[in-house]
Write a protein that binds this ligand. Structure first.
Ligand code: HEC
Length: 95
């Protein structure tokens, strides 16, 4: 949690310059259901991303095509944005 706060604090100025699209996408489109820390929200029945067994490539598939109540984002995000947000989840959201 401390580490995430630090990452967010350091990333904010970069994000403002468009330097961190994964973080920008995550905060713009995903936290509503997944929570800012990626731990999930009971009301949306979202699994914690911190303990996800999915690889980044598998996450890209879920993000692009959706799964159960997870909406598909391939019409809303570019392939680069989907790659960036999956990489952000894998690299920055740690227990
Ligand atoms: C409307 C709510 C909602 C939004 C918005 C949403 N998700 Fe989800 N997401 C879900 C739900 C619900 C699941 C669980 C799906 C299931 O049960 O199979 C999920 C599952 C996932 C998973 C699979 C996790 C795992 O370990 O199986 C990933 C990865 C994911 N979401 C990424 C994202 C990303 C990235 C975004 C933003 C671009 C996003 N989600 C936006 C509701 C949402």
């Amino acid at each position: 949690m401390k580490r995430l706060a630090l990452v967010l604090a350091l990333s904010a100025p970069l994000a403002a310059l468009g330097g961190d699209s994964g973080l920008v996408v995550f905060h713009g489109k995903c936290t509503r259901c997944h929570g800012a820390d990626g731990r999930g929200k009971a009301i949306f029945n979202t699994p914690s991303m911190l303990t996800s067994k999915l690889t980044a490539a598998e996450m890209e598939q879920v993000i692009a095509n959706g799964r159960a109540r997870m909406p598909a984002f391939k019409a809303k995000l570019s392939a680069e944005e989907i790659k960036a947000v999956a990489a952000f989840i894998k690299a920055e959201l740690k227990p």
